[in-house]
Design a protein around this ligand. Sequence first.
Ligand code: KIV
Length: 261
Amino acid sequence: MNIFDFQKKKISGEKISMVTCYDYTSARILAETSIDCLLVGDTAAMTMHGYKDTLPATIEMMKYHIAAVSRGAGKKFIIGDMPFASYRKSFSDNITAAQVLMQAGAHAIKLEGAAGNQDFIRHMTETGIPVMGHIGLTPQFMHMLGGFKVQGKTQSSAERLKEDVLMLQEAGCFALVIEGVPAALGTELTKLLSIPTIGIGAGPHTDGQVLVLQDLLGLTLDLKPKFVKAFVDGYDQFKNGIEAYVQAVNSGGFPSDEHCY
Ligand code: KIV
């Protein structure tokens, strides 16, 4: 996959599948699947570090996870998230932050929001950095949005999102994540654009879908938004595996001859 393949899929109507990934072992497994691309999201702050939201993610944290993923991901296309406020500083600080993530192994950068990002997006694409936009329920804006709330429910906020997606396309984004909007608006935004949309909680008619890996694998304990579907009961399988190990240790069944030198 490269940025032109995203465009080809938009034109052909073939869906784009994206999943988050934060570590080498998961990247090795994902590399053996038909998933289109991997997002090293700032959700790493939550899934990997146990924070309650994404605001504590830093460039150092993202660099560390992107580097680990890139060592296992084979030929998969990797998008790295710019963490909270890291792209709202001076141009030179912004570009240094993006440079760190690209040099860690990202093939593209994702950033949240629209207003105020256009010049930096243009500057990044002119520097050789493909940019994925992200609008709707943008978690880095949670304190401006009054929490994790579905966006675009009123006529005026839907109109604002339409302006935003066109602005991001015009600034040079090769694709957009659309998060937490009514399904009908997800469809409308997708139709409005010539670049592909990748939805999460944006209905079935976006050009692709993204899920957090831990949610998809059924490993997430606490927060389970309506848009999440677990495709495997990873939590119980994980736990059962550990319990089987403990029992085997306690009963003396492990290690057996085959595991001894
Ligand atoms: O950080 C992230 O994982 C994301 C996805 C949920 C789209 O932005």
